[in-house]
Design a protein. Structure first.
Lengths: 562, 249
């Protein structure tokens, strides 16, 4: 039955990518769509307010500048909202807000939501006011998600265009992402969540008198306003501390399934948009096939690790899967599927506690993040990561056969090769250095309050992998609300957002300026099984070589202990 | 990063589109759209969108929007979706909980204990050096023993794992059908019901897989116990007997 859920999920994703991918292409080519009647007047008004000319396009550098400015100003606004939340009207009552909103927590939270990381060093129901959750966090879920999609679209244009100095207009792509993609889908999706039981109110926490005569305070709030866009925008930060495990955030197996589709479908569809715009449709499908293969492999491994009684509990005569930290309505299947989708999708809206997964079960989300979220990935940024690693594969392949490496008719000259090499190195560099810093200092080790030994090392590695990948998924046993972790995780988030996007856009700008080389017998075809295997091999090799020592010291050591 | 990219791509590009050549001028030009886009899009997505949604939700699904609250005798008993604690012998017991001091619906969370952490299996005692903090933790071994004892099961009975593990939220409103079945004898004895009648009640409150393939079969604890109280009240409901099972943390 678990596998039926997995297979139907994958079939739905693969079945939806073509219509959705082609619709995205229309939206960003500014071709007519059925939403135009309602949205075009709003679009025109916004351009007038922004004082921009939508026809005027930007070079890659200016596009990047706009992306940085937008993200930085978004961070500043959110930082201000969080710091001033004590003066915001509305619930919940102060006595429930037990975690103080310190300056460093506000800073890291603002960076976290503006970069789609949505790493949360706090519990929502014990820290934030309703208005901060909606006007601050939910809004940034839209904005940061839309900015990511815009960057992904501009990146594709770099491959689609020939002899062009520009790769689109950031503000147009941003507005179109928000109005044509995120807002309408969120409106429908959020209504579906409320129908299934996700609350949407501004009421104070409910004081319930339980059947046994005890008092139970039940956290309330505008939960549905955040819970769908957190998945659709591949952000992942939940309204409550338990995120997708909380019955109000994720009340039924159906809401779980819908949320996972919201995470995967848009990023996966961009492979089709990519193939369509570059006029190499099969190349887009090959990239999707590689994604599906890595996805299935991770799913199989994680399912295998979690499906039976943990080995150390066998002597206690218990039956079932590893249900510690998992909700019964999802079971092992819905939990494992969510872990694999959210770790691949740069979303981090887990519905089960990763810290209590088996050592092999933890490796899957950890590796998905360390590989750079290439499977579906973040909205816009996922395709970018996949193509960048495919290009590394092309480069290696070209070196092996001694020809000028090229992909879709774009040549990889030494200067493009430098950008690719940097791209592949940034993640190991940032993650490994920050993890070493954390485990070799008292400030870093102070966060290891729940677990110790190899498991604790995994927790630290997981935290920086998650922030670098702009994922936000956590092994929550690590107490990350300290000045040290708030600062260092923010560094990883910024490096993951700006560092990787800058390199990718610089490359896209160069490719846009190039012509397109004709396909000759000497070209490496990019639409064959062989090419798919080459890309797959590159991804595994780059990931494995960079992180093998850390993985041996963390999860593998723990596996030997258990 | 953007600064050096700028000069880099200047050389590479054919320059067919008019744009300012000075980086500072570009920055100044883009500041206004940056500021206004952040403000207006935040207003659109953080104020207009939630209000629109609130309107729809109140109109179409008012009960769910309020949190699917359950009332009885004019007071709110809880929420259909949120688990609450039951320790009385006459009730079906939920899973153990790590939310606050147990089923604290204002502080959700799991144990976050790793699989190799000895505390998860064997528990830990309260540290007398820190009287303010209660470090005691009931491990899975002890939970399983207490489960067997309170339900009158043989010491080697296989226990469904959901009965001895804490959920991710600590507010799991469900138990597995196997877990409910093992509690039937105890509840039937206290309530004076037949085992068959109780099984019928459990079936009534059991949920199958959604759409036939999503999630796991489960039994909703609060509605089940609510119906027990309605149809077969406890002999003395004012002082519910507590079982030997200690409050799990």
């Amino acid at each position: 039955m678990r596998w039926l859920e997995y297979i139907i999920f994958l079939a739905l994703v693969v079945g939806l990518v073509k219509p959705v991918g082609l619709h995205l292409a229309r939206v960003f080519e500014r071709k007519p769509t059925f939403l135009d009647r309602v949205l075009c007047p709003v679009e025109t008004m916004l351009y007038r307010v922004f004082r921009i000319q939508p026809e005027r396009e930007m070079s890659a550098a200016v596009y990047m500048l706009c992306f940085v400015l937008f993200t930085v100003l978004g961070t500043v606004l959110l930082f201000a909202v969080l710091l001033l939340q004590a003066w915001l009207p509305g619930g919940p009552h102060d006595r429930y807000l037990t975690t103080p909103m310190t300056v460093d927590l506000a800073m890291t939270t603002a960076v976290s939501f503006a970069t789609t990381t949505t790493w949360q060093a706090y519990g929502g129901e014990t820290t934030l006011r309703y208005l901060a959750q909606v006007f601050g966090l939910a809004a940034q879920n839209f904005l940061a998600g839309a900015a990511g999609l815009a960057v992904g679209i501009a990146f594709i244009r770099g491959f689609a265009r020939e002899r062009s100095a520009t790769i689109g207009n950031f503000w147009v792509d941003l507005v179109r992402s928000t109005l044509w993609v995120l807002l309408p889908l969120s409106l429908i999706g959020s209504c579906a969540l409320v129908w299934q039981g996700v609350p949407l109110n501004l009421a104070p926490y409910t004081e319930a008198h339980t059947l046994e005569g005890q008092l139970q305070s039940i956290a309330q709030g505008p939960v549905a306003a955040l819970e769908f866009i957190k998945n659709l925008g591949t952000n992942g930060g939940g309204f409550f501390n338990a995120n997708g495990a909380h019955p109000y955030a994720n009340p039924t197996p159906l809401t779980n399934f819908l949320g996972l589709l919201a995470i995967a479908v848009l990023p996966a569809s961009l492979t089709i948009t990519f193939g369509f715009w570059t006029n190499r449709r099969r190349s887009g499908w090959v990239l999707l096939a590689v994604m599906v293969m890595i996805f299935t492999l991770g799913l199989a491994v994680c399912d295998f690790a979690e499906k039976s009684v943990p080995s150390n509990l066998k002597e206690l005569n218990v039956s079932g899967g590893n249900m510690e930290g998992k909700e019964l309505r999802f079971g092992v299947g819905g939990s494992v599927l969510a872990t694999v989708v959210t770790s691949n999708g740069a979303t981090g809206s887990y519905n089960s506690m990763i810290d209590s997964y088996q050592p092999v079960g933890v490796v899957v989300p950890l590796m998905n993040m360390l590989l750079g979220e290439v499977v579906f990935g973040g909205l816009g940024t996922g395709l970018q990561s996949m193509v960048m690693l495919a290009l590394v594969g092309v480069l290696l392949g070209g070196l092996m056969v001694g020809r000028t490496p090229e992909y879709l008719g774009k040549a990889i000259t030494p200067s493009e090769a430098k950008l690719l090499a940097l791209y592949a190195l940034v993640t190991p560099f940032v993650v490994l250095i920050l993890s070493s810093l954390a485990i070799s200092t008292d400030m870093g080790r102070a966060g290891l309050v729940t677990n110790s030994g190899p498991h604790a090392l995994t927790e630290v590695l997981f935290a920086y992998a998650s922030n670098m990948a702009n994922n936000g998924m956590a092994m929550a046993g690590l107490n990350a609300n300290s000045v040290f972790y708030n600062m260092t995780t923010a560094v990883a988030m910024l490096a993951g957002r700006f560092g990787l996007v800058a390199l990718a856009l610089a490359l896209a700008g160069r490719f846009a300026a190039q012509g397109r080389r004709p396909i000759t017998l000497g070209s490496l075809p990019s639409d064959t099984v062989t090419f798919g295997v080459l890309v797959l091999g590159t991804i595994v090799l780059v990931g494995a070589l960079s992180f093998l020592p850390a993985l041996v010291l963390g999860p593998l050591m723990e596996l030997l202990q258990s | 990063m953007s600064q050096s990219d700028h000069s880099d791509s200047d050389e590479a590009l054919a320059g067919t589109v008019p744009r300012p050549s000075q980086p500072l001028a570009t920055l100044r030009e883009q500041l206004q759209p940056s500021l206004f886009s952040v403000l207006f899009l935040t207003f659109l997505t953080g104020a207009i969108f939630p209000l629109l949604l609130l309107g729809f939700a109140r109109l179409l699904f008012p009960t769910q929007a309020d949190g699917s609250l359950v009332t009885g005798n004019g007071v709110i008993i809880g929420s259909e979706l949120i688990g609450q604690n039951f320790t009385g012998v006459g009730y079906f017991h939920p899973r153990p909980s790590a939310a606050g001091a147990g089923y604290d619906a204002a502080s959700s969370g799991g144990t976050n204990l790793g699989p190799t952490n000895p505390k998860l299996k064997d528990g830990s005692a309260d540290d007398p050096a820190t009287p303010a903090i209660d470090e005691s933790f009931v491990g899975i071994r002890q939970l399983a023993d207490e489960y067997r004892r309170s339900n009158g099961l043989a010491p080697n009975t296989t226990v469904p794992i959901d009965a001895v593990t804490r959920s991710g939220s600590g507010l799991d409103p469900h138990i597995s059908p196997a877990n409910a079945a093992l509690q039937v004898t105890r509840v039937a004895r206290v309530r004076g019901l037949t085992v068959e009648a109780l099984h019928r009640l459990i079936t009534k409150h059991a949920r199958g897989r959604q759409l036939g393939f999503l999630g796991e079969p489960r039994v909703a604890v609060l509605p089940l116990n609510l119906e027990l109280d309605r149809t077969a009240p406890l002999p003395n409901p004012a002082s519910p007997q507590t079982s030997s099972r200690s409050e799990p943390r």
